[in-house]
Design a protein around this ligand. Structure first.
Ligand code: ZN
Ligand code: ZN
Length: 395
């Protein structure tokens, strides 16, 4: 059986853009190497979900997970991504450190772009209220993850992040009538109030005020999710898998599926990322592993910015990195977790192109692009059909 490199260009799919002469960024880009993969494989068009997917949903769907059964919510994925090890029954949240004034009005949702929330997370981590333990861990910059661990908790909890500056922080509310949701909301509100008092007077914040910086004094939470393990990728497909990601959500996804994280120097999770380094790390890792998931984020960011020219240039940058795959004799899959059309500046349900190269079958498609791939041998498929097809191509 051949080894498999599965490259996800986040939000790659797009719609025709006027500034690109009616082509999509992928179609307008000079991509001799992606085109070579198309010539050397089979192409198609994947419908990820019947709604615009979030990135975590799109990935899990592509890897063959049934979201209704196995989607844990964003909180547990982010928490896993920052390095927390979750237990069944934990309720996890995405969190970020903000600045509030004395009336709990949000002055800055990112706490004056604080570099790190490390000292704050350390101070509050492990607090216990009525037998429920709070685990708080710093992510990048203002980002954090919060986990509540204990008996009888629920993830039916509203967000406390008002998503807007100048508004008061929201109270966590139970979203159903269960005693579990009521308990979870009450304890979370208690925790957020206590940590506010604790953080506001920390020496780090005294220093920030002296330096004319906003204090980092309030945790805003969202994306509550109840953690239960999902079937490991290895058991599903009998493949030993690793992941090469820029971190955060994608690292969390890989870990939740039981993939081993492999580092790549210069992998940043934004448009400056060193794509070549990621691919080189993947090739090296595939000596030991059967499957490498490589995540590249930049394409999505340009889609959200509504910048077709930037997206096109980033795709060309990815393409220029592909020759390092020359020595790789396995299956190369390139696809996306959803479309992020520049005109929508957001995710959409539009299908995404896919190429599966290096297997025994080829088709007539010579150019990797949305329209060209739709005419390929794979045709239109659903996300759940991708992995079975990739396995067949790998023999
Ligand atoms: Zn995405
Ligand atoms: Zn996005």
């Amino acid at each position: 059986m051949k080894k498999i490199m599965f490259i996800i260009l986040d939000g790659l799919g797009d719609r025709p853009c006027q500034v690109l002469g009616g082509k999509t960024p992928l179609e307008a880009a000079e991509t001799p190497n992606l085109d070579r993969l198309a010539s050397n494989g089979i192409c198609g068009s994947v419908r990820i979900l019947d709604k615009a997917p979030e990135s975590d949903e799109g990935h899990l769907a592509l890897f063959g997970y049934n979201l209704k059964k196995h989607y844990p919510g964003r909180g547990p994925i982010e928490a896993t991504g920052v390095g927390l090890t979750l237990q069944r029954g934990d309720v996890a949240f995405r969190a970020n450190m903000a600045t509030v004034d004395g009336n709990l009005t949000v002055v800055d949702r990112r706490a004056g772009r604080v570099d790190t929330t490390e000292p704050f997370a350390r101070k509050a981590n492990g607090m216990e209220l009525e037998g429920v333990k709070f685990l708080l861990k710093a992510g990048n910059a203002h980002r954090m993850a919060l986990v509540m661990r204990g008996q009888g908790l629920s993830d039916k909890i509203s967000n406390t992040d008002p998503h807007e500056e100048g508004k008061k922080v929201l109270k966590a509310e139970p979203l159903d009538g269960s005693p579990e949701a009521a308990l979870t909301a009450r304890l979370l509100n208690d925790f957020l109030e206590r940590t506010y008092k604790m953080f506001d007077s920390m020496p780090e914040n005294e220093q920030r005020r002296k330096a004319n910086q906003l204090p980092a004094n309030y945790i805003l939470t969202r994306g509550a999710g109840y953690y239960k393990p999902i079937p490991p990728f290895k058991n599903k497909y009998k493949l030993k898998a690793c992941c090469i990601t820029g971190g955060g959500l994608y690292l969390g996804l890989g870990k939740l599926m039981g993939m081993t994280p492999v580092s790549a120097p210069g992998a940043t999770g934004d448009a400056k990322t060193d794509v070549q380094s990621k691919l080189t790390s993947a090739i090296k890792a595939l000596k030991q592993y059967d499957f490498a998931f490589v995540h590249i984020k930049g394409t999505d960011l340009f889609g959200h910015d509504g910048d077709p020219a930037g997206k096109k240039r980033f795709i060309e940058k990815v393409d220029r990195s592909l020759p390092v795959l020359g020595g790789f004799d396995g299956i190369v899959v390139v696809t996306a977790d959803h479309s992020t059309p520049c005109e929508a500046k957001n995710h959409s349900a539009d299908p995404v192109p896919i190429v599966i190269a290096g297997g025994p079958e080829k088709d007539a498609v010579r150019k990797f692009g949305e329209s060209a791939c739709a005419l390929g041998k794979i045709g239109r498929i659903e996300a759940k059909d991708v992995m079975p097809l990739v396995l067949r191509m790998a023999g």
